[in-house]
Design a protein around this ligand. Structure first.
Ligand code: SF4
Ligand code: SF4
Length: 417
């Protein structure tokens, strides 16, 4: 590796060394409590899939360049040189970890492996070795923000083409748009994903609740966060923050996408509006009697719920989906473990978007077993990544369930007054 590149990478690493991060890198007692917590290790018991082994490459680089003993006596102690071999290792650890933070829940020091992997991902970007597809997708999101004035018309036309399908689920008031866009003073700005599955059920539910809402021109997904690029993450979030501020909305409701929700809710600072998940909104509508659902729609189905890591453990949306499901289903059963301790589906951290499947399937064997043990026929979730991964697992392991978004189940059960 050229000296200039090595210096650049050391600089990037230094930019991540907050007090908290230094504590994480200095503290690990190698007690091994976190080992069994990782779904990848539990499914494929190899040392390289433990949280502690994933962090070790970064710890050795840290000791080598940022601790006195490593700088003075690099030959002694556990250090490694920042070279091509180290970057290969960094790539493997970064993109076999979903950033689910289940290991952190069990670690007595609360060491955040996802945060440590943030260094790994930044080093890969600096060395131009990150998964290019993720960077390309992040750049496309940013470009959409820059060209929105020219593309608004095409977007609005595409939305008009979906309205008939919304009306099939809920007949709204005559003359009222089924998918309103660009509504100044709307109470809720709903930020969807690119597919119509993320728009139609949500639109029907908000119309049924009589909500004054508006669909965002932008997709919720944040590929900047998946690839670990802080600037791109901020830029992608900023488009939505600007839109919400300009419209003067009270709330921004993020669709069923765990990372999008966590980034917008917990990592973008304070705003003149509240950030909520669409699950929160559905639960509120049911609680306030603004929508009613027909439980008969799920008669004969045993339903279970997969807690998306970025919504539940890392986002705090835990009881709301359960309250929604108890309204919907007579036979709702929990997976074990659940809530903040739920097994990751194995598709986060950009793994689903990258398209790789072999590792995703092998490393999530425990998830498939956990679902099967419930005896459920419907597997509900509230995250796009999880939905894709669980659908793939369903096929791969013959789980025999119907994987469904929570919003889809609610929209299909709406009772028209
Ligand atoms: S964050 Fe999740 S995937 Fe990564 S090491 Fe911890 S438990 Fe495993
Ligand atoms: S539980 Fe925490 S301290 Fe123990 S090995 Fe894992 S990361 Fe290190």
């Amino acid at each position: 590796m050229e000296a200039a590149l090595q210096e650049k990478l050391k600089g990037l690493m230094a930019s991540k060394l907050s007090r908290e991060m230094r504590l994480y890198l200095d503290t690990c007692a190698r007690c091994g409590i976190c080992i069994e917590a990782c779904h990848a290790y539990a499914s494929m018991p190899e040392t390289r899939y433990t949280a502690v082994a994933r962090a070790e490459t970064i710890r050795r680089l840290f000791r080598r360049y940022f601790k006195a003993e490593g700088r003075l006596l690099p030959g002694l102690g556990e250090t490694i040189e920042l070279d091509d071999a180290a970057l290969e290792k960094v790539h493997e650890t970064a993109y076999t970890c979903t950033g689910c933070r289940r290991c952190m829940t069990y670690c007595p020091f609360g060491i955040d492996t996802q945060m440590i992997q943030g260094i790994a991902k930044l080093l890969l970007i600096g060395a131009d070795r990150e998964p290019k597809l993720l960077t390309m997708l992040a750049d496309m999101s940013i470009a959409k923000g820059e060209t929105i004035r020219d593309t608004k018309g095409a977007f609005e036309q595409a939305v008009r083409n979906l309205e008939a399908e919304v009306i099939e689920k809920w007949r709204g008031e005559a003359g009222r748009e089924a998918i309103p866009v660009g509504v100044k003073g709307a109470d809720v700005l709903y930020v969807a994903l690119a597919g119509k599955h993320s728009i139609i059920p949500a639109a029907a539910i908000m119309n049924a609740a009589g909500e004054k809402w508006s669909l965002s021109y932008f997709e919720a997904v944040n590929f900047g966060a998946f690839v670990g690029n802080p600037e791109k993450t901020r830029e992608i979030s900023r488009r939505i923050i600007d839109e919400a501020t300009e419209l003067g909305v009270r709330e921004v409701a993020i669709c069923e996408c765990g990372t999008a929700y966590r980034v917008m809710k917990h990592q973008t600072g304070r705003h003149p509006f509240e950030v909520i998940s669409f699950v929160d909104l559905m639960e509120r509508y049911l609680r306030d009697g603004r929508i009613r659902v027909d439980r008969a729609k799920l008669d004969g189905s045993r339903v279970t719920y997969h807690d998306p890591c970025q919504m539940a453990r890392n986002g705090g949306v835990i009881e709301e989906p359960r309250r929604v499901l108890r309204e919907l289903a007579g036979d709702f059963v929990e997976m074990r473990p659940n809530r903040g301790e739920n097994w990751c589906c194995g598709g986060g951290g950009g793994l689903v978007a990258m398209g790789e499947k072999d590792f995703r399937m092998k490393s999530a064997r425990v998830k498939a077993e956990q679902v099967r043990a419930t005896g459920a026929t419907v597997l509900a979730t509230a995250c796009e990544n999880c939905h894709t991964q669980l659908s793939d697992l369903n096929e791969h392991y013959g789980m025999g369930v119907r994987v469904a978004f929570l919003s889809q189940l609610v929209a299909d059960a709406l009772v028209q007054a």
